[in-house]
Write a new protein. Structure first.
Length: 725
């Protein structure tokens, strides 16, 4: 099915199953420990691999002496570049998953010790001796950004920013920084590789099954159809598991060497330097407005870093479309750094970009003495500011702002900072817009009805904790007119039809649209099977109907059942229209007047993101997203070690993600809307939207509480205290 024009009335509109706050259908498996994650499969004959990471960031391996490790109890092999054979590079990797002789980053795998127990492998890993010749590396963004200032990575604009900014009577020119961030998902990277002749099975923690098969085939130089990926349940990915990592590649190579299945799980400390992270950013915002607050000029310059051959954090993305202004430029700069690989993490681009522009908007509102909500409403746009002939498919940022202000009690906010006190706490409110692009990707599914009337949905889509199992079941139940418990959903295997996968908040909308396509085709087949005119057939109560005649689905399917495969492909509606998701975040914080400690007291997010397929699952996504964003605002920071070129804080004791005690009352509201230009589901992405804007709302609330504007995230107490005086 090709989606090329606005969806009309269709079977999803009944909202009999969709649109209800349905519990996770796989929830009982998870809470009873029966949902098997990658590292939990008991594969007969399985042995264990332990990664030895490089201890230099850039240079060469001169010699590896594995003799002591090989002589240690239980050790079966030590995989290194000397015996691993040729290793390719995955499509989106910048460096190979095994170093040697070249070393590309600190913590890159230099060896994998394989032993009959995890403990034996770990102990022997300490006995592998590696001699390195190290080179000089660049590790600090601020320095590297200065060096590379002559060549932007990409640049977009409209009008004449410089002239308009110079002429603007009211200006803000401020620079914000965000540090390197780690995904820090609950489940570590983990893989179990088994070979059957020339066929590889990889049970692995991965968001994108088809990309995993593609990259494993490329890296190991083997046919893709000989790679079988299994990823039934994933304990969070946040972008870190979009691509295979060292656990996947090295378990496969090791399993081939030792002739037994090999499990590799990265330890928590290894994850911080061996895998990917979000680059630090330096973002300069220049806003020029007239005296009424209308933006005349917007510029967003963003610097970020990556290994040679990489790309920048797209922190300017939202600035191209968030507010009207005739003169604008967004420029992204890339500094080559020899830190571990930068990559997609938790709403790449907007998550940190919004922390800058939405703080700058607060500074502009302050300068203009305009309410921050009103300033955003005043500068709303219904068209792409760079291409005014291109409209938004649907944009209700204003609705979110108004609804949020009303519900949060925004009118009680003091416009002068430092006015409200609750014991030792200075209390303030802040807000920010939320904005995140809406991507769609083609997605296929197989849907079948068995002779007993049960429906099975099969697709390689993943459920990374998001609710994919549930919303795909809801979609099939809705269209086929059956109850939710009549539907079985099978996900996460590369033998299944190729879905959008989980990433970039495209998963829910795209993969349900794929199931929609398959169900529509299945309905035609079922109608034909019982001699009904397909265009007149209705599906309800487990039966197919034509007028007042009906046949039970199981009977219609017959003994052999009926099964079809189809897919959704998207035309050019994301080019013809700007497609994005919107929201407004409101935050109240307390700042300890003596210590500068910041505590979030309450949070509200109001969102306009198309039809909400399952309000409970969507709310949970947003709660998690808002929590992550509090981390970025207040606690999360990878600390670069400029001597060795890696991250010093490499565990959850020192890389601080919010805990329950950090997160107070959260409220999530979805505006009731549909976006028929996005997909036949009329839905959009929602998972990452909840992150985008929160950080600035927290920073703006801190300012309102105590009058200290911290532009270097995270807003730790030392920075607040320095301003409190
Ligand atoms: Mo997302 S950072 O594209 O998994």
């Amino acid at each position: 099915m090709k989606f090329t024009q606005a969806a009309g009335a269709n079977p999803t509109d009944a909202m009999r199953v969709l649109g209800h706050p349905t519990d996770r259908i796989e929830g009982p498996l998870k809470v009873s420990g029966r949902a098997t994650y990658a590292a939990e499969f008991a594969v007969p004959g399985m042995v264990h691999g332990f990664v030895v990471g490089t201890t230099i960031a850039t240079g060469r391996i001169m010699a590896i002496d594995a003799s002591d490790a090989l002589a240690a109890p239980g050790v079966l092999a030590v995989v290194t570049h000397e015996n691993a054979g040729t290793i390719g590079i995955g499509d989106d990797h910048k460096v190979p998953m095994l170093a040697g002789p070249k070393v590309d980053q600190l913590g890159q795998a230099a060896a994998l010790v394989v032993a009959d127990s995890f403990e034996a492998a770990r102990a022997a890993a300490r006995l592998v001796r590696i001699d390195y010749a190290g080179d000089e590396g660049a590790f600090e963004l601020a320095q590297a950004a200065r060096a590379g200032a002559d060549k932007p990575f990409r640049s977009n604009g409209h009008g004449d920013f410089d002239a308009a900014f110079a002429d603007a009577p009211v200006q803000v020119d401020a620079t914000y920084t965000t540090p390197d961030h780690a995904h820090a998902m609950m489940e570590p990277y983990a893989s179990i590789a088994s070979w059957d002749g020339d066929r590889l099975t990889l049970q692995t923690a991965n968001q994108m099954v088809d990309w995993a098969a593609r990259d494993m085939a490329k890296i190991l130089d083997m046919p893709k159809d000989k790679v079988r990926i299994v990823a039934h349940h994933i304990g969070g990915g946040f972008g870190g598991k979009l691509w295979v990592r060292a656990d996947a590649v090295l378990s496969a190579i090791a399993a081939r060497q030792v002739g037994r299945p090999v499990k590799v799980v990265l330890t928590r400390p290894q994850m911080f330097n061996n895998t990917t992270h979000r680059s630090s950013t330096i973002q300069r915002l220049r806003l020029g407005a007239d005296r009424e607050g209308r933006l005349q000029a917007i510029a967003h310059d963003s610097w970020s870093g990556d290994l040679p051959g990489g790309g920048p954090e797209g922190a300017g993305a939202q600035t191209r479309q968030l507010y009207a202004a005739p003169n604008r430029q967004v420029v992204e700069w890339l500094a080559e750094l020899n830190l571990p690989e930068s990559s997609a993490m938790r709403a790449p681009g907007e998550a940190v970009g919004m922390m800058a522009i939405e703080a700058a908007m607060d500074e502009l509102a302050e300068t203009l003495t305009i309410d921050p909500v009103d300033l955003r409403i005043l500068n709303d746009t219904q068209v792409d500011p760079e291409k005014p002939e291109r409209r938004f498919s649907h944009r209700d940022l204003i609705g979110c702002l108004r609804e949020g202000a009303e519900r949060f009690g925004w009118s009680a906010r003091s416009t002068t900072p430092g006015q409200r006190r609750d014991g030792r706490w200075l209390v303030g409110m802040g807000m920010a817009a939320a904005y995140r692009g809406n991507m769609v990707l083609k997605s296929a599914a197989r849907v079948g009805i068995a002779g007993d009337g049960r429906v099975t949905v099969t697709t390689d889509m993943t459920d990374i904790g998001t609710g994919s199992y549930t919303i795909l079941a809801q979609t099939a139940a809705e269209i086929l007119g059956v109850e939710l418990d009549q539907v079985t959903v099978r996900l996460g295997e590369s033998d299944f039809p190729i879905s959008a996968g989980s990433g970039g908040q495209f998963g829910a909308n795209s993969s349900t649209a794929g199931v929609y396509a398959a169900c529509v085709t299945l309905c035609e087949k079922v109608a034909e099977a019982v001699g009904f005119e397909p265009t007149n057939a209705r599906f309800a109560d487990g039966r197919v109907w034509s007028g007042n005649k009906s046949v039970a689905l199981g009977e219609a399917a017959g003994g052999a059942g009926i099964e079809v495969e189809d897919r959704i492909e998207f035309g050019d509606l994301t080019k013809k229209f700007v497609q994005a998701t919107f929201g407004a975040h409101f935050v109240e914080v307390g700042v300890d007047a003596d210590t500068g400690e910041v505590r979030v007291r309450r949070m509200l997010g109001v969102f306009a993101a198309g039809r909400i397929l399952n309000p409970k699952a969507a709310r949970s996504q947003i709660l998690g997203a808002m929590t992550m964003a509090v981390g970025a605002a207040l606690t999360e920071e990878l600390v670069v070690d400029p001597r060795f070129g890696g991250f010093i804080n490499h565990d959850l004791a020192e890389y601080h993600v919010p805990t329950h005690a950090d997160i107070p009352h959260q409220e999530v509201v979805f505006l009731d809307e549909e976006d028929p230009l996005s997909s036949p589901m009329k839905a959009k992405g929602v998972g990452e939207l909840g992150i985008c804007g929160v950080g600035a709302a927290v920073a703006n609330a801190v300012y309102n509480a105590c009058g200290v504007r911290v532009r270097e995230y995270p807003i730790t107490l030392d920075k607040v205290l320095a301003g409190l005086g």
